[in-house]
Design a protein. Structure first.
Length: 210
């Protein structure tokens, strides 16, 4: 019985905490709207989607619980990415907030329309070397069966996953020492797509769109 009573008390205090948070949020919102974050750099977007999203992917709780904001998240963030500036942590924090509040990817502009081929040099900025992973926005694709052919400079170990704006996975392939891999899925014209690629030490030479 005590095991039942304790959570009930905890629940009651959580309700009060939630009420406090809503009040704080109501105060914080006009200030946030008047002081928008500058658009995040590619490096930060890639870091968020190759490191933070491993645990925070698809969290749609509507709000953050670190009420004191980016400062409270600082030591948590540094555990995963090492020493980081206030500005950098604030940018990552804003991304997580965007994901939680909108239940969608933080917007990221693709290299250029996804047709033909994207080459190694233009793909390089979208790699997080530390994580052995890429995050590559593909943008909108023509509706219908689409195929991406990935070419690596060596054996790639990990996986290639594609999701849409709402973070719904549309394709998921394992990479087991592959040097090339085709990833296919049925695209709709009403959403944008994102490639999450774990390839270890392997470097992307090219992505060809079909
Ligand atoms: C190994 C898993 C893991 C990784 C990687 C990770 N986090 Fe977290 N994070 C958590 C957990 C667990 C919590 C506490 C529960 C929650 O709020 O989801 C948390 C909480 C947070 C919070 C407070 C959440 C809130 O609702 O107030 C922020 C902000 C945050 N993380 C940002 C980041 C950022 C930015 C990164 C990337 C640098 C990151 N985290 C990487 C596991 C992780």
């Amino acid at each position: 019985m005590t095991t039942f009573a304790a959570p009930a008390r905890a629940y009651k205090s959580m309700t009060w905490v939630a009420a406090d948070c809503l009040a704080a949020l109501a105060l914080a919102l006009p200030a946030a709207a008047a002081d928008p974050q500058p658009p995040a750099s590619i490096e930060t977007i890639v870091q968020f989607n190759t490191v933070c999203s491993n645990c925070h992917e698809g969290q749609c709780s509507g709000r953050l619980s670190f009420d004191s904001g980016a400062a409270a998240a600082h030591s948590h963030v540094e555990r995963y990415i090492g020493k980081a500036s206030e500005v950098h942590v604030a940018a990552l924090f804003a991304m997580l907030r965007h994901v939680k509040e909108t239940c969608a990817h933080y917007p990221a502009v693709p290299i250029r329309p996804a047709t033909g081929a994207w080459e190694a040099a233009e793909l390089a900025p979208w790699r997080n070397a530390q994580a052995g992973a890429y995050f590559i926005p593909l943008g909108r694709l023509a509706a219908g069966r689409r195929q991406l052919r990935l070419e690596f400079d060596g054996a790639a170990e990990g996986g290639a996953r594609i999701d849409d704006e709402r973070m719904e996975t549309v394709a998921d392939e394992r990479l087991c020492g592959d040097t090339t891999k085709a990833v296919a899925f049925d695209a709709t014209a009403t959403t944008s797509y994102f490639l999450h690629l774990k390839a270890g030490a392997a470097i992307l030479r090219r992505i060809t769109f079909r």
